[in-house]
Design a protein around this ligand. Structure first.
Ligand SMILES: [Zn+2]
Length: 477
């Protein structure tokens, strides 16, 4: 984690830690039979600090609701909206906010009564309806467990935090036709929009051209575009300060907010629009790829794949499996992994092209090839798309190395990259990596003399062609 030298931030971080510890202790003691509550003790709360803000929500017919947005407080790990104390829930079928009730499993559900058409008092509804304590404990435990399990420094400040993707099941297929779902999220205060614009179509076409080239025509990505108008304000994705109480407090809080809006956007997809798209082409019963783009400029925020390391947040243990919020599906097929991008990064010239291609590499199972800690080494540097971004990249991006192709795809076969013994006067011809010819070598492996059985050097031939989609901006060649 970066060291913060601002006192206020330290206090906020300290407060967050205390809150998290309180939550952890509370959840531990509730689950432990040996701890009894004293009878006269007031009922425990998760977090005494409740932030209430004036807010507006829009109904399907355009009616604006003046509401209170409540974050923090009892049984409220995220936030909810209310009017005069009556809780609201969004009904995605009628795209309107309705008065809420707590169902038999303890979850909040929308009633069939839209808030602008019915008076909750006349209907006899109760005030201050929330999730049950039990459900809240489960949600928070899941979140805490995932945070505690994560040994990745900085959690989210790095472009991506996926360490061992090799063993990640449910990858996007590396061969054939992939149907990718792209959802563009527009926030409530961002005004009208159009999606996909020509600019976006060009970006995703370029992504496909890149992967067609590096896979030697074995992978074809078709993007299907959707948009989602969120009732969340853009201040929600800006850091909290005295002028923006709605902002996030730290990297983990932001991560939760990204997940929250991503889940809402997936829930908003209309089955009629997606039913003819083969979203699980490799039939591993998981949607092949979902890419989320958050509209607007939120500074130099990087993007991440949420699902890979927080898988269990999507389907928390013991949660109601039918709950669309925590178990997102598209056409009844679960979504386990997704790519989350910020628009200003995606539309930032070659950085955007790089970000789309790099993150899609993760969807295919590729690992990062840069150091997660700030040290002055460049393991592979600008020679691999899975390394870090280099500002001199043009429209042409680097390929991934022969090793990645060999290890994580079948774009090249083991025979294309043989293990050889160097001998005097031996001659080998290696084809440029961008120019695959069957039965010619793409690269050679040479056993590392002092290494173990699995250590070797790889020699590959990279050819710079400024007019090519791939490897046109390689340095020093
Ligand atoms: Zn990465």
């Amino acid at each position: 984690m970066k060291i913060q030298n601002c006192k206020i931030k330290q206090i906020i971080v300290l407060a967050m830690i205390l809150i998290m510890m309180t939550i952890l202790l509370a959840s531990l003691s509730v689950n432990s039979n040996s701890v009894d509550f004293q009878e006269n003790e007031p009922k425990r709360t998760w977090n005494e600090r409740e932030i209430i803000m004036d807010w507006e929500l829009t109904q399907a017919d355009g009616t604006i609701l003046k509401v209170e947005r409540v974050s923090g407080g009892f049984n409220n790990p995220f936030h909810f909206y209310r009017i005069n104390g009556y809780t609201l829930q969004y009904d995605r079928n009628i795209r309107s906010w309705c008065w809420a009730y707590q169902d038999e499993t303890g979850h909040l559900r929308p009633t069939e009564y839209p808030a602008h058409l019915f008076d909750p008092e006349e209907l006899g509804f109760e005030k201050d309806i929330r999730r049950s304590e039990e459900v809240t404990i489960k949600i928070i435990q899941e979140i805490l467990e995932t945070f505690i399990e994560s040994d990745i420094p900085g959690m989210r400040r790095r472009p991506s935090h996926i360490i061992n993707m090799r063993n990640t099941p449910n990858r996007c297929p590396t061969n054939g036709e992939v149907q990718s779902i792209v959802i563009y999220i527009s926030l409530d205060d961002q005004g009208p929009h159009e999606f996909p614009t020509d600019e976006y179509v060009m970006k995703f076409d370029a992504l496909n051209e890149y992967y067609q080239a590096v896979s030697y025509g074995k992978l074809n990505i078709t993007s299907h575009y959707f948009f989602y108008n969120s009732s969340i304000l853009s201040s929600y994705f800006t850091e909290q300060d005295s002028t923006n109480l709605n902002g996030y407090t730290d990297a983990n809080a932001l991560l939760l907010r990204e997940q929250e809006i991503a889940l809402y956007s997936i829930a908003s997809l209309d089955t009629l629009q997606t039913k003819n798209i083969d979203i699980d082409i490799n039939e591993d019963t998981v949607v092949d790829n979902v890419t989320i783009i958050l509209r607007g400029d939120f500074g130099n925020k990087t993007n991440s794949i949420l699902g890979y390391y927080r898988r269990r947040i999507f389907i928390p243990e013991g949660m109601d499996k039918e709950d669309p919020f925590f178990n997102p599906t598209i056409n009844n097929i679960p979504v386990r992994n997704l790519i989350f991008h910020y628009e200003n990064v995606v539309l930032d010239g070659s950085l955007g092209n790089f970000a789309l291609a790099h993150e899609f590499g993760h969807a295919l199972g590729f690992p990062d090839l840069y150091s997660y800690i700030d040290i002055d080494i460049l393991p592979v540097g600008p020679w691999d798309i899975m390394a870090e971004y280099h500002p001199y990249y043009s429209d042409s991006l680097p390929s991934m190395s022969a090793y990645i192709k060999y290890k994580y795809t079948n774009w090249i076969e083991p025979a294309d990259i043989p293990l050889i013994k160097l001998a005097r006067d031996s001659t080998y011809t290696i084809m440029p990596l961008t120019n695959y010819i069957p039965e010619k070598y793409v690269a050679l492996r040479i056993k590392a003399p002092l290494g173990g059985t699995n250590e070797y050097f790889i020699i590959e031939n990279r050819r710079k062609d400024p007019s090519a989609i791939v490897d046109g901006s390689l340095p020093g060649s």
